[in-house]
Design a protein. Structure first.
Length: 317
């Protein structure tokens, strides 16, 4: 099959494109520029790259048609962030593709209620990103149900892998948190450190996209979580990473208002966004219907990322 991937050279695309090539598909990557993928792979020599600036093309009303003109059997959209963008490409591809896969986010759920959260639980998103992604999901699944549009939505957690700063145990993205744990320094956590985060390795997200393509009949009209087998608490995450560095975990716990004064405002905002969601998602549906088998636990995925950061001098320990 000819598979067109929009945003194919991002972190997930770095792993997805070689998987699709090795599965025997003809693969086309649409990117704004001809940047290199995060990790090299020989399969990229068999990927055709098409340069299209999505924002400009959408403003001109031509993006969906440009994708359709590539005559794809399957389209995987990794970089759709607004409902208007989803409508444009869906209308252009209606009746012209066998399968359309959208990359969503576990942020569509909003704050966790009953955990682990299943795909069937009501959506209570907050923040523009989660609200837009939830609206896109609702639109695509409604189009699938009412008009037969062959849509599938996959919801990744906190994506990590080599070349990427992973979400750290303090709930933000400053890599210095890992360096401090490696040196045995004290780490302050908000509240009691019992809020959760849910990572996933980029290759496991790629695996689920590949499985959805291979199991179209089970994937049509459905959404699936693309996360590791289990979420971790901030406290458990910090303790595990300290032990990985061969250090005891020296932690202190502060009420939110006190804690937020200990970090930069942008880091406090990132942490608030993560602990307010406190995601903990189930993969049972993806396991049952698509045979999803993630290779990495949350900690294994993070540790591979941190190893890369150390080897490339981003973290000094």
């Amino acid at each position: 099959m000819r598979i067109v991937v929009i945003g194919g050279k991002g972190h997930v695309g770095t792993y997805l494109m070689p998987r699709l090539v090795e599965a025997g598909h003809e693969v086309v990557s649409i990117s704004r520029s001809r940047r290199e993928p995060y990790q090299p792979h020989g399969a990229w020599t068999q990927v055709r790259t098409v340069a299209i600036d999505r924002s400009e093309a959408e403003q001109e009303g031509t993006f969906g048609q440009q994708v359709a003109d590539l005559a794809p059997d399957v389209v995987i959209d990794m970089i759709c962030f607004t409902l208007d963008s989803a409508r444009q490409i869906t209308e252009a591809l209606q009746g012209r593709v066998q399968h359309f896969l959208h990359c969503g986010t576990i942020w569509v759920h909003g704050p966790s209620a009953v955990v682990p959260t299943t795909e069937e639980q009501p959506r209570r998103p907050f923040g523009e990103y989660g609200i837009q992604k939830a609206a896109i999901e609702a639109y695509l699944l409604r189009e699938a149900r009412l008009n037969g549009f062959p849509a599938t939505v996959l919801h990744p957690g906190h994506i990590v892998g080599p070349g990427w700063n992973p979400l750290n145990p303090a709930g933000h993205f400053k890599p210095e948190v890992f360096a401090g744990l490696a040196r045995g320094e004290t780490l302050a956590l908000p509240n009691f450190g019992l809020e959760t985060v849910h990572h996933v390795h980029a290759d496991d997200v790629a695996q689920l996209f590949e499985r959805a393509v291979a199991n179209r009949s089970a994937a049509f009209g459905e959404s699936f979580h693309a996360v590791s087998p289990a979420a971790v608490t901030l406290r458990g995450y910090a303790e595990a990473m300290a032990a990985w560095f061969g250090q005891p975990a020296r932690l202190e716990f502060l009420p939110w208002e006190a804690w937020r004064t200990t970090v930069a405002e942008e880091d406090a905002q990132a942490t608030w966004d993560h602990i307010a969601h406190s995601p903990n998602c189930s993969i049972a549906k993806a396991q049952r219907l698509l045979d999803y088998r993630p290779r990495y636990t949350s900690l294994q995925a993070v540790q591979e990322s941190v190893t890369w950061l150390i080897e490339h001098g981003v973290i000094t320990i």
